[in-house]
Design a protein around this ligand. Structure first.
Ligand code: NAD
Length: 371
């Protein structure tokens, strides 16, 4: 029987490489729970194209219940060819976007931190990699991914037209701005707000609302503004200049993949998607690597599990209230990389280990640190 004060975690592998990398994140969760005698209930649940084959649902009811009862969710990835073959109404109603909306996960934190052991794997020069340590805070429930109207229509002259709507309310902007300012207060105290206010009205509102929240509530935090196209350039020119970036759903999606290359691979990046605090001080939280289902390498043991394992570290920090354990997980990854363990994406064409072997090395380093 599960002890009453046990923390429950829903484990959702999903599609493509999702289950492969999540299995390694799960091992880390279980290891810390065992070594620290933490009562923890890990609930493995189905999601994605395999769930659709089994249950006729992408998101079976049992998975939805487990996710809503859990203290935190560890998610793998979604998407890919099998997913694309599922009828559009099912995909729309039960997609990861719908999960984010249903759990009100509005703030997506994407840390990007370089490690000297991986400088050679980065596409950027060593001299720009020193000191890169930023968090991109991406608004996750607004903008063009959710805006209505949307769709593909045929005009009277027979021409087809695709429509998406980029829209933000002031309150959507203000709550993610607060999340970014709060985070900056725990770091180096700087926020850069990124939009395209020069050509987009929603971008102008973004800038005005972020500035207004700053002036009224966070004058101790340094705020700057940058156009999104300039930010893309600055991320490869001088990425160490950033502390916290706050930006919308689309720009956050794109800029974080771009920033990932400072670390050597998209497979290195974790994320936390957080909801608002409830009266009980609890908040819904979903942790997942930034990458997708990577159909090109799925099932081959080639996926880098570090993004998933670092997502578990974020879970210890933001949902389980155990920042020291989060630090140890991050140190175990650093130790594993210093010892030379590399998955193919960060091996520069050299010797590499499988997804599971990489998990073994991190487990072994963490075991030493926890004892
Ligand atoms: P992707 O992130 O899946 O892959 C991009 C590239 O990075 C690929 O070459 C892939 O092999 C590589 N890569 C990604 N993760 C890796 C890892 N852990 N280790 C080593 N290499 C890794 O993006 P994509 O190919 O553009 O999209 C594939 C599918 O994933 C699409 O259906 C897309 O919609 C979906 N997607 C899902 C999420 C999510 O689940 N949150 C995020 C992005 C994309």
């Amino acid at each position: 029987m599960t002890p009453l004060n046990a923390r429950s975690i829903a484990i959702v592998g999903g599609d493509g490489i999702g289950p492969e990398v999540t299995a390694q994140g799960r091992r880390i969760l279980a290891l810390v729970a065992e070594k620290r005698s933490l009562p923890m209930k890990l609930m493995d649940v189905d999601y994605g194209s395999d769930a659709y084959k089994k249950h006729g649902r992408l998101l079976p009811q049992s998975t939805r219940v487990a996710m809503s009862e859990a203290d935190a969710i560890l998610f793998g990835a979604t998407g890919g060819p099998a997913f694309d073959a599922i009828p559009a109404p099912v995909r729309k109603a039960e997609s990861l976007l719908a999960v984010r909306r249903d759990f009100d996960l509005f703030a997506n934190l994407r840390p990007v931190k370089t490690m000297p052991a991986l400088y050679e794997a980065s596409s950027l020069k060593r001299r720009v990699l020193d000191g890169v340590d930023m968090v991109i805070v991406r608004e996750l429930l607004g903008g063009v991914y959710f805006g209505e109207p949307r769709g593909i229509e045929t005009l009277p002259d027979g021409e087809r037209r695709g429509v998406n709507t980029h829209a933000y309310t002031a309150s959507q902007i203000r709550r993610v701005a607060r999340a970014a300012f709060d985070l900056a207060r725990t770091r180096r105290g700087r926020v850069c707000s990124v939009a395209k206010e020069n050509v987009m009205e929603a971008g102008r509102l973004w800038r005005e609302e972020v500035q207004s929240v700053h002036d009224a509530e966070y004058a101790d935090v340094e705020l700057s503004h940058m156009l999104a196209d300039n930010c893309a350039m600055q991320l490869v020119r001088a990425p160490a200049q950033f502390d916290v970036i706050v930006t919308d759903n689309l720009f956050g999606d794109i800029l974080s993949d771009c920033a990932a290359m400072a670390t050597g691979s998209l497979g290195m990046l974790p994320s936390a998607s957080l909801g608002p605090f409830q009266k009980s001080e609890r908040r819904a939280a979903l942790y997942e690597p930034v990458h997708g289902s990577a159909p090109d390498i799925a099932g081959k043991g080639l996926a880098n599990p570090v993004g998933s394992i670092l997502s578990v570290a974020m879970m210890f920090r933001f949902s389980l209230g155990l920042p020291a354990e989060a630090d140890l997980i991050e140190r175990a990854i650093s130790d594993a990389l210093v010892s030379g363990a590399r998955t193919a994406d960060i091996a520069n064409g050299g010797k590499h280990v499988s997804t599971e072997d990489m998990g073994d090395v991190v487990v072994s380093k963490l075991t030493s640190l926890l004892t």
